[in-house]
Design a protein around this ligand. Structure first.
Ligand code: SF4
Length: 341
């Protein structure tokens, strides 16, 4: 008889786990609340640091899952029960799924930039988020201000909703520095005469080829990186924006007028899952993301045998690391299903 698992979440991590386990002969059911799989990456144009099209990575994962995995899209999981070594997941349309194991790959939300009222998001038309800019790239929409002008100055703002005590998020979201560098290059490629500035607290180029891209941004594209945290953004009568920053080391203030501001929004835990996770008595860290049973020797395990966690449900992660984590999770699930429980 086939061993079975339910994977909740059809983003990069969920699709990877589902694809790997189905190749190993496990009967997999994947649940994705959106109509299409791919998660946040499905709205992304190009991936850092190589600028490979996101669609390539998603298509590969869809090929791995489409024919072998039973996928329920456009439905969310409303309840998960664990009884006599079986998991039961109830979906929003009333469907009930059963499996011997279950993987939570429910991912993250992006920080709601309007919570930083002083940054002007949702108030001024020319303050947008990095996700919106990525959508413009994906839809081949030209980089313009809301009234159709070609911007001559664009400012990227790092750490929006991360490393910020005021909003209660002390953690670093890991990927927004390199996203900012990638997008700054792309704005410069689209508008060579535009001046592009990046305001940062400190740059975290931790992974392979990140530092090189940062170097390229300065040397080959003339992007200016300025140490400074945004304190306030206001609008002039002509809809240009006044960006006021403060150097985090010296406290020195600075003011600049730009046409477009891009807020590099960080990861936050998915609030819609809070109730479901607390019913399962899963532990969250101070940052609100799920805490694994053992961060070194059981990074995908929970206190419930057969219940696994993978990807950004545990905190900010790159796509490459989400794939690696999901593959490790698949092996853990497989050995659980074949153990003498
Ligand atoms: S990755 Fe960079 S922009 Fe993102 S929170 Fe960390 S330091 Fe800030």
């Amino acid at each position: 008889m086939n061993k079975s698992t339910i994977v909740v979440g059809g983003g990069i991590a969920g699709m990877t786990v589902a694809g790997e386990l189905s190749q190993l002969g496990v009967e997999v059911t994947l649940v994705e609340q959106e109509q299409i799989t791919g998660g946040h990456a499905a709205g992304w144009d190009r991936l850092f640091p190589t600028r490979r099209p996101a669609e390539e990575v998603i298509s590969f994962l869809r090929e791995q899952t489409d024919s072998r995995v039973n996928t329920f899209s456009g439905r969310s999981v409303t309840e998960i029960l664990h009884h006599e070594s079986m998991f039961t997941a109830t979906l929003s349309d009333g469907t009930i799924l059963r499996g011997e194991s279950l993987v939570l790959a429910t991912g993250y939300d992006l920080f709601d930039a309007s919570r930083k009222e002083e940054y002007g998001y949702g108030i001024y038309d020319n303050v947008i988020t990095s996700a919106e800019l990525e959508g413009w790239f994906k839809n081949h929409q030209p980089v313009r201000t809301k009234n159709g002008r070609i911007p001559s100055r664009v400012a990227f703002i790092h750490c929006v909703g991360s490393r910020d005590e005021k909003v209660g998020n002390l953690y670093c979201s890991k990927v927004c520095c390199i996203t900012g560098v990638k997008q700054a290059i792309e704005v410069k490629e689209a508008l060579p005469s535009c001046d592009v500035y990046s305001f940062y607290m400190d740059l975290r180029m931790f992974d392979r080829n990140f530092e090189e891209l940062y170097f390229e941004a300065q040397k080959n594209y003339g992007i200016t990186f300025i140490r400074g945290r945004l304190s306030e953004c206001s609008e002039n009568a002509d809809h240009t924006l006044v960006v006021k920053t403060e150097d985090t080391l010296t406290g020195k203030p600075m003011k600049m007028i730009v046409d477009l501001v891009v807020l590099l929004v960080g990861f936050v835990p998915r609030s819609q899952n809070t109730q479901m996770f607390s019913k399962l008595k899963l532990i969250t860290g101070n940052d609100g993301f799920l805490q694994p049973e053992d961060e070194h020797n059981g990074d995908n395990l929970t206190r419930i045998p057969g219940l696994f966690i993978t990807g950004a449900v545990k905190g900010p992660v790159t796509i490459a690391n989400a794939v690696a984590d999901a593959r490790a999770t698949a092996l853990q699930v497989y050995s659980f299903l074949h153990s003498n429980r």
